[in-house]
Design a binder for this molecule. Structure first.
Ligand code: CTP
Length: 416
């Protein structure tokens, strides 16, 4: 088995931290990046080091930290060239209005802006400032200049700011920053130019305006798959039933509620797609006639029973198989969450739905299936090959699935 690698493993990154109160959040980012295997070189502006010390970053990254006027005489010029060349990308988190203005106009009057100017690496800028500064035409124009020049801008969030005002200007959470960095690092990955459709969550089938039938799917596995595919350069459309998860950076999200809505969205999005991963838990049955108004406690009751009439939903994977000529290059990957005989039922589904691959799990095992952060899976392929994997975080299951898909795509001739 190939090593379970994150796109951040051994990636050398340059993190520029400028002088805003959100600078403290850059410590968490540097720490998470390091934990995920990245080699993080930090440059602090002088103002940033009034908010957080170089020592803090040194402690979390275990690497030298650079700051204006800090290096021994003569070392700075060599350092900024080397740091800028070695970095696979530069992330400026948080980026103040002042640094954004300097970057837009090519100023190079401190270690960070000089290094950025001397580097051809992709640039991510995460502005964080007071709302009026962010909305000022000068800042808007400077951000636009950077964007036009190819920089990636992570928009600030709306929230409470240091000034006490509420408005746009807050630095996004670490998970969003990580997502943007992973997206940029993956742009030329193995799936560059490939289109992936990934479904997630448990569909909701309405009984009346306040009630529905659903299942325990949290959507975590599907979202982890979407991120893992994006990390390898795929253009990802994530079709999701209602879940409590934020949209990962660089992923197109389509929200649906019912199995029928999911089927429509999948069939539309699959035109021209290379891979579909159906990790959603799609309802097999839906109420025949959802009530227009809330069903009252006393209505329709006979001997204390209320009978709901259900009909079967369409099987989305089977529909894709039926219309296979409309999706010539589409590889179809299914999931099977089972409570008994997982391999027997899983392999049966692989064959019945004509899949290229199925990911099978036994949801009765501890640390596996719905709601759990981990999963233990078997992967069965159309070739007959079956591989059993250890229990692992759903993010790592996603990586393994990507490696298996890479294998399937590699063994598919371009012209069928
Ligand atoms: N699936 C689908 N459309 C449905 C139901 C399921 O495409 N209407 C997909 C799921 O997303 C999953 C695979 O089919 O990838 C297997 O789903 P599962 O619920 O395990 O199997 P079913 O075919 O529904 O069979 P059973 O409920 O009898 O286990």
């Amino acid at each position: 088995m190939k090593c379970n690698m994150s796109v951040l493993q051994n990636a050398r990154l340059l993190l520029g931290v400028t002088g805003g109160v959100a600078a403290y959040k850059a410590v968490d980012l540097a720490s998470k990046l390091t934990q995920l295997g990245a080699l993080v070189d930090v440059i602090l502006t002088e103002k940033a080091s009034e908010f957080v010390t170089p020592l803090t970053f040194n402690a979390v990254t275990q690497r030298p930290v650079w700051r204006d006027l800090w290096e021994p005489a003569g070392a700075a010029a060599a350092n900024h060239i080397e740091l800028g060349h070695a970095a696979r990308m530069i992330a400026i988190v948080p980026a103040t209005a002042n640094t954004i203005a300097k970057l837009a106009h090519g100023f190079a009057d401190d270690m960070l802006t000089t290094t950025a100017l001397a580097s051809t690496a992709p640039l991510l800028v995460a502005p964080a400032m007071e709302s009026n500064m962010y909305a000022h035409p000068a800042t808007v124009a400077n951000i636009e200049t950077l964007r036009r020049r190819g920089a990636f801008i992570l928009e600030p969030e709306i929230g409470r700011l240091a000034s006490g005002m509420v408005g746009p200007g807050r630095l996004p959470e670490t998970s969003a920053l990580l997502g943007a960095i992973r997206y940029i690092l993956g742009l030329n990955g193995v799936f560059a130019g490939k289109k992936f459709i990934i479904t997630a969550g448990g569909t909701q089938e309405p009984i009346d305006p306040v009630r529905f039938i659903s299942n325990r799917s949290s959507g975590r596995q599907g979202f982890a798959l979407a991120e893992a595919a994006r990390d390898r350069g795929a253009a990802v459309t994530l079709i999701t039933a209602p879940v409590e998860l934020a949209t990962p950076y660089g992923i197109e999200r389509i929200d649906v509620q019912t199995a029928a809505e999911m089927a429509n969205a999948v069939l539309t999005a699959s035109a021209g797609a290379d891979v579909i991963i159906m990790s959603a838990a799609v309802a097999d049955f839906t109420p025949i006639a959802p009530a227009e108004n809330k069903i009252k406690k006393t209505a329709g009751r006979q001997n204390g029973e209320l009978v709901l009439q259900l009909r079967s939903t369409d099987d989305i994977l089977s529909k894709l198989q039926e219309h296979a000529e409309d999706f010539p290059q589409l590889k179809r990957i299914g999931f099977a969450a089972e409570t008994t005989d997982p391999l027997g039922y899983g392999i049966d589904k692989l064959k019945r739905k004509g899949l290229d691959m199925i990911v099978i799990n036994d949801i009765t095992l501890p640390g596996s299936g719905f709601g759990s952060p981990t999963n233990k899976v078997w992967i069965a392929k159309a070739s007959g090959e079956v591989t059993e994997y250890e229990r692992m975080p759903k993010e790592n299951v996603a990586v393994i699935i990507m490696e298996e898909i890479e294998n399937i795509l590699e063994h598919t001739p371009d012209e069928v």
